[in-house]
Structure formats: structure tokens, C-alpha cells
Ligand binder design. Structure first.
Ligand code: G3H
Ligand code: 13P
Ligand code: ZN
Length: 326
């Protein structure tokens, strides 16, 4: 089947208590690792491309890689989504260039400006069958060139969501309930430590999610910054020359719970980066004489596939759901 927008996926995810995985793609091995897992698990998927990914790999290469995945996986629905669209022009360029979904991220703007910009994107997108994600509230962490320090983030205000959704016409809303971008989601001071000395983060603000969901019944909510930063990969990085002290993510049980509620899209990027980097570091450490990129990219791709498979089955709950999302 051809690329689809996110409408049917979110409808089914909301109704049946699961979330669609939105995984960031930057190169061929990442696209292949994700989509091979989704194909084998019969799962719908969102492949998302950031401004940084377009700058790195080039829009055309990324679209063609995703089109190749669509051809190789005709039995699963795939969305091609712009992640954190920074302005109208970038959204327009992606919509005109084959994307089926875009995010316009006006979360750093005053409310009125966010509404105005998001509405403009929605009008352009909907006229072309493309779905739109907006955002209210800001997450800590780094995305592209925007860095929000811990402490400067702000939770979504539930009292704003109805007006935002009604005035903009967005199809889904990203909210801030304590997740953040990158591999250092919580400062050690915000956490406790377990008996092995591993940081235990504070819980997500399910009370805010609950208030938002009550105000927007049936409406799909999105969680960004939802990597869990698996400690086996942090260890693999650190045991092989890396330096990622106190890297920590969102516990998977909390994401599982969110997926059974109104959260229909869960964004995961850092976990795939960790799987790839850990695998390649370990390979180089064990085999310093090797220099053929295929030899280290092959196990890296295989581990991306395995981590995505795990997310589909045990975190998102969308394994086996491809057919109902078509
Ligand atoms: O939210 C950010 C994503 O992880 C994309 O990261 O901007 O470095 O491509 P990037
Ligand atoms: P992570 O850094 O937690 O993987 O979040 C990715 C993301 O939100 C992409 O938009
Ligand atoms: Zn994000």
C-alpha cells in the first residue's frame, strides 16, 4: 500500500488502547531496522524526519528510502512524518515533497502565535490530505538547535487545550508531562538510586494527561521524548570507550500505561541511537582491524530491529495491529 496519513492509525490506537511508534530516521540502516521489525510484527509505523535529518541526509534521499521501505513492506501502513517542523515553509516543503503528516512545533511561541502558525499549516496540509500534529508545553532537552535547560521546561496547561485544538483544527496534540528529549532526561537530583546505584526517575504527570484527556475525549495525544535509555546499551557504550554517565530515560511501564490511555503516538529516537552506537563501539573494540562499514552496520541494524520489535510488542502494544489501521 502507498504511504498513509495518521488518521486511521490514531482512530484505532485510541479505540483499542495502544500507541503507534514514531521512530526517527536518518539513514538506510535505520529505515531498514525499523521497518523490518514492523513487517515481521505486522505493526503500523510512523517514520519521522527532523529538520536535522533533512540537513544531514537530504530530503530526496530520505523520501526515497522510505518509499523503498513501503515497497518492501506492502502489508503494513507507513506514515512519513515531519518531526518538530520549525516553520510554515519547512512544513510546506515536506507536504509538497511527499510527506503524509507534519508536526508544526510552535510550543516555544506565545499561545496566540502558536495558534496562528499551527492554523496556517493545518489549512495548507488538510487541503492536501496531510495530517498535522501541534504542541502545547515545552520539554527539556535538545532537538535540532533548540536546547531547553532542565528547569526551563513547562508542563502543558490543560485549560488551554480545548481552545488550541478547536481554533487550529490539528489532528493530534503533543503535550509535556515530564518526558524530555535525549539520553539525560532527568537530573540526578530529581531521582533516587536503586540498590545497584542506577537512577530511578520521578513519575510522569499522569494527572495532567488525565485532565487533558477529559477535556478532549477521543482526541489523540502525542508523547515526545519517550526513549527509555536501556541500561544494557548505556553499559555497552561505557564499556567500550564511551562516556555517558547517569544517562536515564522514561521507564517502559509508564509508557505502556500511557499507550493504554489517550496517547496514540510515542516518539522514540535516542534508544535507536544508543543501540546503534553501542553495537558499533563494541564491534570496533573487539575487532580493531576491521574497516568495512558493512561489517559494523549490519549488527547495528540488527540491534535496531530487535529494540524496535521489543517496543512494538512490550511498550506500544501495536504488534499485530497493521490490518485494522489500513
Ligand atoms: O526530537 C528530536 C529528535 O530526537 C530528532 O533529533 O533533531 O537531532 O534529528 P535531531
Ligand atoms: P527521545 O530523545 O526520547 O528518543 O525523543 C525523540 C523525540 O521526541 C523525537 O521527536
Ligand atoms: Zn520530539
Amino acid at each position: 500500500m502507498a504511504l498513509v496519513n495518521s488518521k486511521k492509525m490514531f482512530e484505532m490506537a485510541y479505540k483499542n488502547g495502544y500507541a503507534i511508534g514514531a521512530f526517527n530516521v536518518n539513514n538506510m540502516e535505520i529505515v531498514q531496522g525499523i521497518t523490518e521489525a514492523c513487517k515481521e510484527e505486522n505493526a503500523p509505523v510512523i517514520l519521522q524526519v527532523s529538520k536535522g535529518a533533512r540537513a544531514y541526509a537530504n530530503h530526496t534521499y530520505l523520501v526515497k528510502l522510505v518509499e523503498a521501505a513501503v515497497k518492501e513492506c506492502p502489508e503494513i501502513p507507513i506514515v512519513l512524518h515531519l518531526d518538530h517542523g520549525p516553520d510554515f515553509e519547512t512544513c510546506k516543503s515536506c507536504i509538497d515533497g511527499g510527506f503524509t503528516s507534519v508536526m508544526i512545533d510552535g510550543s516555544h511561541l506565545p499561545f496566540e502565535e502558536n495558534v496562528e502558525l499551527t492554523k496556517k499549516v493545518v489549512e495548507y496540509a488538510h487541503a492536501r490530505g496531510v495530517t498535522v500534529e501541534g504542541e502545547l508545553g515545552t520539554l527539556a532537552g535538545i532537538e535540532d538547535d533548540v536546547k531547553v535547560e532542565h528547569g526551563a521546561e513547562s508542563y502543558t496547561k490543560p485549560e488551554e487545550v480545548i481552545e488550541f485544538v478547536e481554533r487550529t483544527g490539528v489532528d493530534s496534540l503533543a503535550i509535556a508531562i515530564g518526558t524530555s528529549h535525549g539520553a539525560y532526561k532527568f537530573k540526578p537530583e530529581q531521582c533516587t538510586r536503586n540498590e545497584e546505584g542506577i537512577l530511578v526517575p520521578p513519575a510522569l504527570r499522569f494527572d495532567i494527561l488525565d485532565e487533558v484527556s477529559k477535556k478532549l475525549p477521543g482526541f489523540p495525544i502525542v508523547l515526545h521524548g519517550s526513549s527509555s535509555v536501556p541500561q544494557n546499551y548505556v553499559k555497552m557504550v561505557n564499556d567500550n570507550g564511551g562516556k555517558m554517565p547517569d544517562a536515564i530515560g522514561v521507564p517502559e511501564e509508564q509508557l505502556r500505561k500511557a499507550a493504554t490511555l489517550s496517547v496514540c503516538k510515542i516518539n522514540i529516537d535516542s534508544d535507536l541511537r544508543l543501540a546503534m552506537t553501542g553495537t558499533i563501539r563494541e564491534f570496533f573494540n573487539a575487532k580493531p582491524d576491521k574497516f568495512d562499514p558493512r561489517e559494523y552496520l549490519k549488527p547495528a541494524r540488527a540491534n535496531i530491529k530487535e529494540i524496535v520489535r521489543h517496543k512494538l510488542k512490550n511498550v506500544l502494544g501495536c504488534a499485530g495491529k497493521a490490518d485494522e489501521c489500513k
